[in-house]
Write a protein that binds this ligand. Sequence first.
Ligand SMILES: [Zn+2]
Length: 313
Amino acid sequence: MKSVIKRRIKRFLEDAANNSQINPIYSLLLCRMAAEAIIADTHRSNISQGEPKDMVTIGDIQRLGLTSEFSKTANASFTYIQQISNPFLHFQYSDMHSQYADKKLVERVISSVQDILDDIEGKVKKISGSGHTIDDQLDIFFEAPQNQPIIKKAMSNFLDPSSFEEMMSKQKPSALGEFCICGEIKPGTGKKGSKRSVKQKWINKWNKKHANCKQELLDGYVVEIKRISEEGGDEFIRNGVKMILLSCKASIDTNPDNIDEESGRPMFTNEVIRSIGNISDFRPFTMARFWMFLFRRNHPNIMLKWPWDFDSF
Ligand SMILES: [Zn+2]
């Protein structure tokens, strides 16, 4: 790493620590910039042709093909930093709960940046607490005999074309109307729109618009499955689970309201599923139905089934 970048990162982390009490959100943004500095430096030393980007974001790790430049632990730390800081980057209209940040959270994020730096320099991290890091816990989850049937089913939902098609064509409640496989509702179906109130012209237009949705979906699936298989197939599902858990962890850390009092486990939120966007651009795989094997329904909430220990992640 360039020494000038090293100094700038050090400065970011010192400022973050100094402001953690009075302005924790500012500190979190400084940590994010420190993480981006690490990515930018790696990007520059790896680029073989073309102009390097002056500004990179954490999402660029994937886009610039840098995932393999960092260890799995470092990649997990980047995702954690991204998910903690995301809520403070942009105004979110629909967000009812104000996001919560404090000194303790800043300290955790600073130590995540430090972990990445140590990892790059090859320093061995001392194991804290139970020692069951997120990767250890994933090993236990994927190897537990009682989990084998659900894991097998989940694999086939992703990797077997006929299971995939079945998952995609699972109907939403018919009261809502007829749906295209892409998720759009057909005008004049369902409770609200009676057939007469919708002109045939609109129905024809809709039919035309959605005529190729199924074929496009299956074409996209073939491309994605090829990519996933090249990466080793089941590794995708493991990484997906990891992304969801990191998102849960970030959710607990930023918003303690997200912890269900009865079970102590986090409530399922949309952001959990959005986290899959970190590992796949194929929209259907970001749908909740593909990841339900991790959850159980406890109306109106959806709870994690497995007793993940978030404190030691
Ligand atoms: Zn459609």
